[in-house]
Design a protein around this ligand. Structure first.
Ligand code: TXA
Ligand code: MG
Length: 330
């Protein structure tokens, strides 16, 4: 398929592809999304094949106005309104009762729909031009890390979509926080850069009450929780302190290392080291570093495991999945 590369200011052209039933990759503040009109089931079906995504994994609908919101949801619980007022537009997706006009394929047959109003001005401009909600998962092939730069998005989706809208590097770099509601109570289904602590403060509840633990059996609240995610080609291994690293110094492999507010006093040959000064820059740079390490042929990536609080919770979640669930000993 021929993919049009559209310049930043060509949001009108990008939206016109969506209105004609096309697939368009577009930037947001979290990660790049792979969009189709949420009201066009044929276009939405193409999202699943472009990504190789299992059909039981529902899509997030992106909106940029109250009018677009009303078109996709049913009755909105009060607690969700509180979160919208505090965090929209922004990196927060809410699981809400679906509007019956929405095609089944978007919600994978569930009675709820995930909705997000992105903060990115470019994304908002594009969504308003589209004139209706845009269903969009992250613009990666299923299982791989989400693209956070135009180059990554292009690498993943060239030839699979009708258009790719150029944009800035994603400001946040991790996928949105997802909040669902059970009996009127909020639960965090996927941590993100809107932190559990921030949500707890706005809702005047305890942090622990928001933590959702996926059941070990049966259907998890969020279908995506059961699939492999965020994996680069290199094997990801995690460590807590740089003192754990020198043991590996003599390896003949090409190694990528991600450091959080720390430094190495010796850098073995074949190691490429990226230092992040804080959690925010680590979150922003994580997937792009995975991408760069893969490109230069690293076989192993050592990534420093952050403390699991604040933004560290989201980072720890993505790193754990990238490392196939193996976390470092305390
Ligand atoms: O930041 C983001 O959220 C990015 C950008 C493009 O907005 N999108 C994104 O979409 O990460 P995706 O498809 O990669 O992840 C969406 C997650 C999946 O784990 C899916 O299972 C869950 O949201 N989800 C979608 N609809 C749901 C629903 N009705 N109930 C529970 N979980 C849902
Ligand atoms: Mg994804």
């Amino acid at each position: 398929m021929k993919t049009q590369i559209l310049k930043k200011e060509q949001t009108k052209e990008a939206a016109s592809l969506i209105r004609k039933g096309g697939l368009v990759v577009f930037p947001t503040e979290t990660v790049y999304g792979l969009g189709a009109s949420a009201f066009n089931p044929t276009a939405c079906a193409r999202i699943f094949s472009a990504k190789g995504r299992p059909s039981d994994n529902p899509l997030i609908v992106h909106i940029a106005s109250e009018e677009q919101l009303v078109q996709v949801v049913g009755e909105v619980p009060e607690v969700a309104r509180v979160l919208m007022a505090a965090f929209w537009p922004g990196p927060l997706s809410l699981i809400l009762p679906r509007n019956n006009e929405l095609p089944e394929i978007v919600t994978a047959g569930q009675s709820t729909v995930a909705v997000r109003w992105p903060r990115s001005a470019q994304a908002q401009g594009f969504l308003l031009e589209c004139g209706q909600g845009v269903a969009a998962p992250s613009a990666n092939v299923s299982g791989a890390p989400s693209p956070t730069t135009f180059d990554m998005a292009k690498g993943a989706m060239l030839g699979r979509v009708d258009g790719i809208l150029m944009g800035e590097d994603a400001e946040e770099g991790l996928e949105s926080t997802i909040v669902g509601f059970e009996d009127g109570k909020a639960r965090v289904l996927r941590p993100g850069s809107v932190t559990i602590e921030q949500l707890a403060k706005v809702l005047s509840v305890k942090v622990e009450s928001l933590v959702y633990l996926a059941p070990t059996e049966g259907r998890p609240l969020s279908p995506g929780l059961k699939y492999a995610h965020y994996k680069p080609a290199a094997e990801v291994r995690l460590f807590r302190s740089v003192a754990e690293l020198p043991l590996l110094a003599e390896s003949a492999e090409k190694v990528g290392v991600l450091l959080l507010a720390s430094a190495l006093n010796r850098q073995p040959e074949g190691w490429t080291v990226v230092q992040f000064k804080d959690l925010k820059s680590y979150a922003k740079g994580l997937y792009a570093s995975f991408f760069d390490f893969d490109r230069i042929g690293c076989t192993v990536i050592w990534a420093q495991f952050p403390p699991a609080e604040g933004l560290g919770t989201a980072l720890a979640n993505r790193l754990t999945k990238a490392a196939s669930g193996v976390t470092p000993a305390k």
